[in-house]
Design a protein around this ligand. Structure first.
Ligand code: ACO
Length: 328
């Protein structure tokens, strides 16, 4: 089985229609377009309606990815949905997607690694495919962080947006596929980025709702430092595992949380700006959906061609981080 690689053969994305601009946010909290632009690089983000849930975007992205791969839902052996904002505690978003697209042969599950979810998902899909257990995997990164955002907290609400991206991975021989993935976590620092209420530790009740502990709590500066440090290290580790160097990369696709984080990572890795894919001005931080939507856009806009080496690198709550090297 060692010569089989997990190759991405189709991708898709789905976004809410509603656009929330920095000017809109100026009317909601004490902030300015200038502050948001200069501190984060974000200009606007997409926000789900009250009728839309995480799985709705996942299903649309999955259908587009299947069309793009020219595969049928019945070809899928396993569905992995990376999310930290499931529709409900159970069933999993994976099972909801399975039902909606009619992938009746597939096993389905969710994976929780916040903004690093899609990179963790790539590692999981790679392992299942290389072991020979599954041949075709639908991997989705999908989140609606707007549903767990405190819209009165200016230090977090300007950062996030909603969306979903999907990839079809297939077992294939040859040079193309996922070459390496490096993953890391540090649960001792979980306090700097969390949603403390609404789980089994503090089940939803009037106190949780009143204190808004069911929304994102973040120490932005600490997260910033940890993100830069660990995205740099993960990138270096993943390249070493693939026996490649920066020079071999066509493009690096970092998690799109903050343009300053992206620029610091690129500077420390000595990577030129034109080798770094950025789309956060349009979407903000969409958690697990971010890197796969960026990959979909990079590939479909012609930035990536067959044979190119691409790196995905992400960081998120947990804390979690990871990087993947893919030969297209
Ligand atoms: N508008 C105006 N002023 C603001 C805003 C705002 N939206 N938010 C904060 N401020 C103020 C603060 O109150 C503070 O004021 P003070 O000096 O009077 O106290 C000042 O701006 C500076 O605040 P800082 O927190 O020091 O600003 P910083 O430059 O660190 O930027 C930011 C904040 C953008 C949050 C940054 O720290 C960051 O991007 N951190 C990383 C966040 C991240 O990557 N999260 C991703 C993980 S999400 C996940 O995994 C689900």
């Amino acid at each position: 089985m060692a010569d089989l690689k997990a190759r991405i053969i189709g991708t898709g994305k789905a976004l809410p229609q509603k656009i929330l601009t920095n000017a809109d946010l100026e009317k909601m909290v004490q902030t300015t377009d200038e502050w948001i632009r200069t501190r984060t690089g974000i200009l606007e983000r997409r926000i789900a309606s009250s009728a839309e849930a995480t799985s709705d975007f996942a299903v649309t992205a999955a259908r587009i990815a299947l069309d793009n791969a020219k595969f049928s839902p019945l070809d899928i052996d396993l569905i992995i949905v990376c999310t930290c904002t499931p529709d409900m505690l159970f069933p999993s978003v994976g099972c909801i997607v399975q039902s909606a697209i009619g992938a009746s042969r597939a096993a389905a599950m969710d994976l929780s690694a916040a903004c690093s979810g899609f990179v963790y998902g790539l590692a999981t899909a790679k392992s299942f495919i290389e072991s020979g257990m599954y041949k075709v995997i639908l991997l989705i990164g999908t989140d609606t962080l707007s549903k767990i955002t405190n819209w009165e907290d200016r230090s977090t609400c300007v950062l996030f947006g909603d969306g979903a991206g999907a990839a079809i991975l297939s077992a294939q021989k040859g040079e193309s596929g996922i070459l390496s993935v490096y993953l890391g976590s540090d649960g001792t620092r979980s306090d700097i980025l969390k949603v403390p209420g609404g789980g089994s530790r503090a089940p939803l009740c009037a106190d949780v709702l009143n204190s808004k502990s069911h929304t994102i709590h973040m120490d932005g500066q600490e997260v910033y430092k940890m993100a830069v440090e660990n995205m740099v290290a993960a990138s270096q580790q993943a390249l070493a595992l693939a026996h490649l160097t920066q020079e071999d990369l066509k493009i690096i696709i970092p998690h799109q949380a903050n343009l300053r984080i992206i620029n610091s990572v690129a500077k420390r890795l000595n990577i030129k700006e034109d080798k770094v894919f950025v789309n956060l001005q349009k979407y903000g931080n969409m958690s697990a959906a971010t890197t796969i939507i960026a990959l979909d856009e990079a590939q479909k806009s012609g930035v990536i061609s067959q044979g190119d080496v691409v790196e995905l690198v992400a960081f998120g709550a947990g804390l979690t981080w990871g990087a993947a090297i893919i030969r297209w």
